[in-house]
Design a protein around this ligand. Sequence first.
Ligand code: ATP
Ligand code: MG
Length: 374
Amino acid sequence: MVRTYGRVYVECQSDYDYEEVTEALQCVFGISGICPVKETGIVSPEELAATVTQFVLDEYPDGTHTFKMHTRRSNKNYPLDSQEMNAELGHALLEASDRFRVDVHTPEIMVTVEIREDRICMYSHVIPGPGGLPVGVGGKSMLLLSGGIDSPVAGYMIAKRGVKIDAVYFNAPPYTSERALQKVIDLASQIARYTGTIWLHNINFTDIQLYIYEKCPHEELTIIMRRYMMRIAEYLARQNECLGLITGESIGQVASQTLTALGVTGEVCTLPVFRPLIGFDKEEIVTVSKKIGTFETSILPYEDCCTIFVAKHPVTRPRLDVIKRHEENLADKIDELFEEAIRTDEILIVDKNGSRVVKHREDPMPGSMEQENG
Ligand code: ATP
Ligand code: MG
């Protein structure tokens, strides 16, 4: 790979599959367009005209076409300037074949020739890239990744703005199955095609859920549970140098996502909470989900921890003071349960090819985490 101003040259070292390379590049944020180029060294204008002519004839062997030559010359030592080169190249093509006609306003074929310091590249196809910014330039954030449609899309969208992703999944064994966890790993693996490696924290949330269930009004279960998810996610975020949290919430989608509920949920965090889907309709989210390849996995029917403990009539307009008062019912044991959930965090490293566990439930926390807990 060679980088120059505004361009990254990707050179294939051996035989390669054109589709495969294109697909891989279409997952790299920061690429706005992919141009399969033919390349030559620095040659004379006459030689270049012959090469470009042959390139166009090979690319478009049949039919008649309108075209425009578009030379970009960053190599100011080259004997002809861009305008002169355009004339030279156009002339050569017209001489070589009567299947081509110039149209400078709406050409069917735009032949771009870039004359750089060390090489000359020509191309006529631009395949759209994913756009965005290279992952990592914007720091890192912690994605609350459930098995649903929304959160993988939310992670994708924030990663697209150059943010590296860690993820946390709240699991409720034995109420949720291994297959539900596998579904989340698969989703992480699918978005890792775009985001690169993801550290996935698999948090055992069962005891906290059961305790809330025992001590708090059932119509407030979801909201209180969500507040504890945010608290744990924020704790993990801080330990892992994440600068914010990401959720797949969207206004009005379910009872826990009314404006009031979002306010009460977010109140526990001091890190910023990014909700890239906040103004999206479900159909719009589904469209992105299909585009990035997570939809089919997301709709698999495995249970989620939220759906198991859900009340028939959850509050849609929770009052913060009331919720806080009911959370006081948890005072006896919640700190201990919180610490236990963090201590038994299972950490998986997920990439596009799969996952491997790097910390089992009973392993001590690696490095700095240990100290912070102690
Ligand atoms: P999704 O489709 O992403 O599952 P949802 O429509 O089911 O979202 P909720 O269940 O209210 O909505 O969850 C809202 C957000 O909270 C999710 O998008 C996700 O970011 C986070 N979340 C919910 N459940 C979990 C979980 N079990 N583990 C991690 N994050 C979760
Ligand atoms: Mg869901």
